[in-house]
Design a protein around this ligand. Structure first.
Ligand SMILES: *Cc1c(COP(=O)(O)O)cnc(C)c1O
Length: 388
C-alpha cells in the first residue's frame, strides 16, 4: 500500500506514510540515515539513480516526497535553511526584474532582498498586501514574482491567497508563498493557485527546535527542474541526519498543530481581556480585519500571537520578557516549547524603524509562539509575567 496513493489520504495519514517505504534491503520501518556522500557505479554512468549527495540522497528524497504530499504538491526540494530556499527562488530572476513583496515579512527575507539581491539589479517593492488590490498598482512588464507570507510576521495580517494568485495569473507572474507560520496543516496555498510554497522547516514542520532546514514545494515540472538545477549548482542542501530528524518530527505534525491551535486560542483570549495589554494580533478573533479570509483559507488559526502594551512602554515589555518562566526568550517559533520574542530588537531588527512603524510594529510588541505544554501552566506564566 505504501506511499503511492497519498492524494487520497487525510493529512495525519500522509504525515506518517507519504513517501515513506520500509527499507527494501532490511525492512527497517524508519527511513535510514543514508550518511553517504557518493554511490558506487557498476560501470561509468551506470548507477541506481544516486550519484552524489549534493544532487540526491535517499533520506532527503523520502522527506521531499512527504513534504510535497503534505502541501498537495508534486515536487518537494529541501534546503540547508529557509533562507537557502528563498535564495534559490530569487535566483530564478534576472537583473532588471521586479518583485512585489508583502511589507510585513520575516526580517531575514527583507535583508536578503534589500542587502543582497538589490545589488544584483533586482528591484523589490514592499507593499501592504492585506488589501490585494494594492498589488495591481505595482505590476508592470518587469514584474516576475509576487511574494507573500500569511499570516504575516509579526502583525498576523492575512493575505488573500486566491485573490493574489488570480492577479499573478492574469499578468503571467509567479506567486510564491512563505507558508512557515501556517504550516501545511493549517494552509495549503497551492490549492489556492500559488506557484511556489516555501517553508522554514526549522519551525513547525521539524517542530522540536533541533534542526535548521528549508523547503520548496511546486506542482510545475519545468519550475521544479529550474529550482533543482539552481540548488544543485549553488549547493544549499541539508544533510541526511537532519532529514531524518525532520521525517521523525513530521509524524506528529497534525497532533502538535491541533494543540498549538487550542492553546493559541486560550492565550489570545486571555491577552485580549488583560488590563495591561493593548492590541492583540491573532487571526482567530472575529474582529480581526481579515478573519473571513483566514476562515476560508486556513483550517484553524495557529499558535502565533503578537500583542502590545497599552502604554507601549519598551522597558515594561523587556521586564515581561525577562519574567516569563515557561515562555523562553529566543528567536524562532513553532517548536513544542513556548517561546517569546521582541521583534523590534530581535527578528525584525534588520528592518529600519520607519519601515517597522509603517506596518504598526510598535516597540512594546511581544510575539509569542505558543507551544504544546499544558494550558494551565501557560496561563499562569502569562499572568505572573505581565502582572496587574
Ligand atoms: C525562520 C523563518 C525564515 C528563515 O528560515 P531559516 O530556516 O531560519 O533559514 C523565513 N521565513 C519565516 C516566516 C521564518 O519564520
Amino acid at each position: 500500500m505504501h506511499n503511492d496513493k497519498f492524494e487520497n489520504m487525510k493529512f495525519g495519514t500522509k504525515a506518517i506514510h507519504a513517501g515513506i517505504k520500509p527499507d527494501p534491503s532490511t525492512g527497517a520501518i524508519m527511513t535510514p540515515v543514508f550518511q553517504t556522500s557518493t554511490y558506487a557505479q557498476s560501470a561509468p554512468g551506470n548507477h541506481k539513480g544516486y550519484e552524489y549527495s549534493r544532487t540526491h540522497n535517499p533520506t532527503r528524497d523520502a522527506l521531499q516526497k512527504n513534504l510535497a504530499a503534505l502541501e498537495n504538491g508534486k515536487h518537494g526540494i529541501c534546503f540547508s535553511s529557509g533562507m537557502a530556499a528563498i535564495d534559490c527562488i530569487i535566483k530564478l530572476l534576472n537583473p532588471g526584474d521586479e518583485v512585489i513583496s508583502a511589507n510585513d515579512l520575516y526580517g531575514g527575507s527583507y535583508r536578503i532582498f534589500t542587502k543582497i539581491f538589490a545589488n544584483y539589479g533586482i528591484k523589490f517593492h514592499f507593499i501592504d498586501m492585506s488589501d490585494i488590490q494594492n498589488i495591481e498598482n505595482y505590476v508592470n512588464e518587469k514584474t516576475r514574482l509576487i511574494w507573500a507570507e500569511t499570516p504575516t510576521n509579526p502583525m498576523m495580517h492575512i493575505i488573500d491567497l486566491r485573490g493574489a494568485s488570480e492577479i499573478a495569473k492574469k499578468h503571467g507572474i509567479l506567486f510564491g508563498v512563505d507558508n512557515t507560520f501556517a504550516s501545511p496543516y493549517l494552509q495549503t496555498p497551492l490549492d489556492f493557485g500559488a506557484d511556489i510554497i516555501m517553508h522554514s522547516v526549522t519551525k513547525y514542520i521539524a517542530g522540536h527546535s533541533d534542526v535548521v532546514m528549508g523547503a520548496l514545494v511546486v506542482n510545475d515540472d519545468e519550475l521544479h527542474e529550474k529550482l533543482s538545477f539552481l540548488q544543485n549548482s549553488s549547493g544549499g542542501v541539508p544533510g541526511p541526519q537532519d532529514c531524518f530528524l525532520v521525517l521523525r518530527g513530521i509524524k506528529t505534525l497534525h497532533l502538535r498543530m491541533q494543540r498549538h491551535c487550542e492553546n493559541g486560542k486560550k492565550v489570545a483570549e486571555l491577552l485580549k481581556s488583560h488590563p495591561k495589554v493593548g492590541e492583540v494580533y491573532w487571526p482567530g478573533f472575529p474582529s480581526h480585519q481579515n478573519h473571513d479570509i483566514a476562515k476560508q483559507q486556513m483550517r484553524d488559526f495557529g499558535g502565533m500571537i503578537s500583542f502590545c502594551l497599552k502604554d507601549d512602554n519598551i522597558e515594561e515589555a523587556f521586564r515581561i520578557l525577562e519574567n516569563f518562566k515557561f515562555f523562553t526568550l529566543a528567536e524562532s517559533l513553532g517548536g513544542v516549547e513556548s517561546l517569546c520574542g521582541h521583534p523590534a530588537s530581535m527578528t525584525h531588527a534588520s528592518i529600519p524603524k520607519e519601515e517597522r512603524e509603517k506596518v504598526g510594529l510598535k516597540d512594546s510588541l511581544i510575539r509569542l509562539s505558543v507551544g504544546i505544554e499544558d494550558i494551565e501552566d501557560l496561563i499562569w506564566d502569562l499572568n505572573q509575567a505581565i502582572g496587574r
